[in-house]
Ligand binder design. Structure first.
Ligand code: NAD
Length: 264
């Protein structure tokens, strides 16, 4: 079997709809023979996720709100009962109150800060611990981050702070799990129009700015991120851990607006 993910099983958390980055990664893995379980937040999304999962031959679709430890425990115990072991897990989950994804970061109140940190950062640690406990050697964990963790991006605010913590957690967990031959990585994706992105102020302007200034002269697609995810989740990425890999058409290397670019 020449397929990269043949015989591999994984858990994918964070599919909301067809536009979700998690779905693009799942499709790339399915095309290479992976078998997957999907978790979703709330029954409204469950209705969307179930047919998507079925379209790639997956029937394990489990509710899991990651703000609740009991739900994470339950989701992984369902997967363990079915498969015993897994080979990979994808965390494509982020959330902050929309109200604070505009204006000044400094105005973020404590409860909004903690909630953003809980859902966008701690949930990866919480799921990684459960996933790693049932992972075969050669296993791979993956999360999604954004350049707003490294640089100040307009309106990203508390999400940027949470993503910085998430990226650091990737490095700590890479050390924790390296001795078990489990890898932990993040993809720092360029802006893509998804449900989550919709909550960020002036998102269309951000898309246009990136397109004009990225070395590749375009925005990334879900497919670009799906392929990179496949690489990190498969044995092709066997030497890569603790890495935050930019999949952003090169935007992160740019120091200044392209003077040739048209005005926005
Ligand atoms: P999306 O809206 O499709 O996915 C976000 C997911 O998070 C949804 O499935 C939602 O149900 C889930 N979620 C939120 N709170 C949850 C909770 N309490 N419990 C369980 N699930 C919860 O959007 P997306 O853009 O595909 O986002 C996936 C990841 O990619 C996020 O971490 C996001 O920050 C990151 N990312 C997105 C972009 C972008 O421009 N779209 C860029 C870089 C990184």
């Amino acid at each position: 079997e020449g397929r990269l993910m043949a015989g591999k099983r994984g858990v994918v958390m964070g599919v909301a709809n067809r536009s979700s980055i998690a779905w693009a990664i799942a499709q790339a893995c399915a095309a290479q023979g992976a078998e997957m379980a999907f978790t979703y937040q709330g029954e409204a999304l469950g209705k969307r996720v179930r047919p998507l999962a079925e379209s790639i031959g997956c029937d394990l679709v489990i509710p899991c709100d990651v703000s609740d430890d009991a739900q994470i425990d339950e989701a992984f115990s369902v997967v363990e009962k079915r498969w015993g072991k897994i080979d990979f897990a994808v965390h494509a989950i982020g959330w902050a109150d929309k109200q604070y994804l505009r204006g000044r970061y400094i105005d973020t109140p404590r409860d909004a800060f903690l909630k953003a940190m809980d859902i966008s950062c701690y949930s990866f640690t919480a799921m990684a611990r459960r996933a790693a406990a049932m992972m075969n050697p050669g296993g791979s964990l993956l999360t999604l981050t954004y350049l707003g963790a490294e640089r100040v991006m307009p309106h990203y605010n508390v999400m940027g702070v949470a993503k910085a913590a998430l990226e650091t957690s990737v490095r700590y967990m890479a050390v924790d799990l390296g001795c078990d031959d489990i890898r932990v990585n993040a993809i720092s994706a360029g802006p893509i129009m998804t449900l989550a992105a919709n909550g960020i102020g002036d998102f269309r302007y951000i898309l246009r700015w990136n397109q004009i200034n990225a070395p590749l002269g375009r925005n990334v697609t879900q497919k670009d991120v799906g392929s990179a995810g496949l690489f990190l989740l498969s044995d092709m990425g066997s030497g890569v851990t603790g890495e935050v890999m930019h999949v952003d058409c090169g935007y992160n290397i740019i120091g200044m607006k392209n003077p040739e670019a048209p005005d926005l």
